[in-house]
Design a protein around this ligand. Structure first.
Ligand SMILES: Cc1cc2nc3c(=O)[nH]c(=O)nc-3n(C[C@H](O)[C@H](O)[C@H](O)COP(=O)(O)OP(=O)(O)OC[C@H]3O[C@@H](n4cnc5c(N)ncnc54)[C@H](O)[C@@H]3O)c2cc1C
Length: 479
């Protein structure tokens, strides 16, 4: 959305940059296009923005001063964490009027309170750093996703990240007790409460979580910790149909309750691509659909979890609930099974580009979605193929379209908008969501406007206008 904001005059530009340099220091301010280039393209290489400058404040107070300076000069701002987001939310638009606010210098773990099961981390701490700090104190911070070495807590909060353990521990929204943030009027809100219960009016933190930087800049968070699991067992299970996987999910939940920490579905094409591009990584199971299932327990038990899991899966094999199974016998084997699951995205990348969808459905309707979408897609683009994989336990599928022939694939991508609508119309008809965990950013902004109920849209717009009347916070994203 270029052209929303007028560029600064050259005199104002000089004054603006001088004021920023006085706040953060010359070394934390980049103004040359070449220095900023790496931060102005999104992870997928889909969006290429421009910026007036990139600034890296070192404290929350500096973030507040930076926002105050932007307000004074009418400069729009785009916050950026690890820049691993998949919807272009951290890429400013192309007119070069925005200031990129990079949070990586705010990376301290301010406190870890074992008794309260709380860690207070600054927004620029990587997810991996927070996991490591928690583990060192004998605790678990359960958010886990493939980009955890680079993505930052502020980005995880702003996209309400999910990942592979939502089934047991919830999304970033569920894992957050308090926030500290600079609001669009440059005030620093100290909301780092470690309280588990706090019914004192509107819950501001929940507004900022998932707002993708459009309602302020998050500077720190108080996050929930959990006991470290003492036992884990991972199995790779073979099934005939997605409906069979759903039935197995229900029976596994009934048998293991909260000990079920992941239940990941893999469709036939996803498995074929994994075998083609990473031979030997996936277990030797020849059923069309497969599931990675993980059980964990933090309490020591009389009977090891592995034995309980094996007994359960043996009975399922006997009853025909599963057709084949590989159970990891060691932590090394468990990691190998997870590696197969985690290489799915890379296997697809090696196969070529695809049209990606991150959708959520009521768990019970996933088989219905898969049955309904196939004929619709074949009518819309004969020969199209899809991978459907991901967090079945959360009703979240990564659903990607491609064609085996490169020329047809290029034609398919060119018709992306039309094919997206085919997918999302079915998702919408089944009461699903066009974005399960990746957010809206600029990628799905117009789709959100199409599918969102009018009352929700009006309320969201009113909140945005009330908090950010000049629309300077990450313009062109979400709304
Ligand atoms: C390989 C890979 C695997 C992934 N797997 C998953 C997955 O399993 N589950 C999942 O949910 N996501 C997944 N993601 C996407 C996910 O959204 C990001 O990895 C992560 O949550 C974003 O963090 P980030 O620090 O990189 O944010 P960025 O990309 O830098 O920013 C994302 C959004 O947040 C805003 N933002 C960033 N920091 C702040 C801040 N401090 N204050 C206010 N706004 C801010 C930005 O403006 C932008 O709108 C994956 C991405 C990759 C590349």
């Amino acid at each position: 959305m270029p052209g929303l904001f007028a560029p600064l005059s050259s005199a104002d530009r000089v004054r603006f940059l001088a004021r920023l340099a006085a706040v953060v220091g010359e070394r934390a301010l980049l103004t040359e296009a070449a220095e900023m280039a790496a931060f102005l393209t999104d992870w997928r290489g889909r969006y290429h923005g421009q910026a007036l400058a990139a600034v890296a404040p070192g404290t929350a107070e500096e973030v507040a001063e930076v926002v105050k300076t932007c307000l004074a000069f009418g400069v729009p701002m785009t916050p950026q964490g690890g820049n691993t987001g998949l919807c272009g939310g951290a890429t400013p638009d192309t007119d070069g009027t925005a200031l990129l606010i990079r949070l990586h210098r705010l990376k301290r773990i301010r406190a870890l309170e074992v008794q309260n099961n709380v860690i207070i981390a600054e927004a620029g701490a990587t997810l991996a750093a927070v996991q490591t700090a928690a583990r060192a104190a004998g605790r678990l911070f359960p958010l886990s996703l493939a980009a955890e070495g680079s993505c930052q807590i502020g980005g995880n909060l702003s996209t309400n990240a999910g990942g592979v353990h939502v089934l047991r521990y919830g999304t970033m929204r569920d894992l957050t007790l308090g926030l500290e943030a600079v609001l669009p009027d440059a005030s620093l809100w100290h909301g780092l409460s470690p309280l588990r219960k706090n019914n004192t009016g509107y819950d501001l933190k929940q507004l900022l979580i998932g707002a993708e930087g459009t309602l302020g800049v998050i500077t720190a968070a108080a996050l929930k910790l959990f006991p470290l699991p003492r036992q884990r067992v991972v199995a790779w299970l073979g099934l005939a149909t997605p409906a069979g996987a759903l039935t197995l999910l229900g029976r596994t939940q009934a048998a293991f309750d909260a000990r079920l920490s992941a239940f990941e579905l893999l469709c036939p094409l996803a498995l074929a691509l994994l075998r083609r591009h990473f031979p030997g990584l996936a277990p030797q199971i020849n059923t069309p659909w497969q599931v990675l299932c993980e059980l964990t327990d933090s309490a020591p038990e009389d009977e090891p979890l592995t034995a309980r899991g094996e007994r359960f899966w043996a009975k399922e094999l006997e009853d025909g609930g599963i057709l084949d199974a590989v159970v990891a016998r060691s932590e090394r084997e468990a990691r190998a099974l997870w590696a197969a699951r985690e290489h799915l995205s890379e296997a697809q990348k090696r196969e070529g580009v695809s049209l990606k969808h991150d959708i959520a459905l009521p768990v019970s309707r996933i088989p219905e979605f898969l049955a309904r979408i196939e004929p619709e897609l074949q009518t819309a683009f004969p020969g199209v193929r899809h991978t459907a994989f991901g967090h079945l336990g959360d009703g979240n599928l990564h659903f990607n379209l491609s064609h085996a022939a490169p020329a047809e694939n290029a034609r398919l991508l060119a018709q992306g908008e039309r094919l997206n609508r085919v997918v999302y119309d079915v998702v919408h008809a089944l009461s699903g969501s066009i974005s399960a965990e990746h957010g809206i950013g600029q990628l799905k902004r117009d789709l959100l406007a199409h599918y969102q109920p009018p009352a929700a849209r009006t309320a969201m717009q009113a909140i945005k206008t009330a908090l950010d009347p000049r629309g300077l916070m990450n313009p062109g994203k979400v709304l």
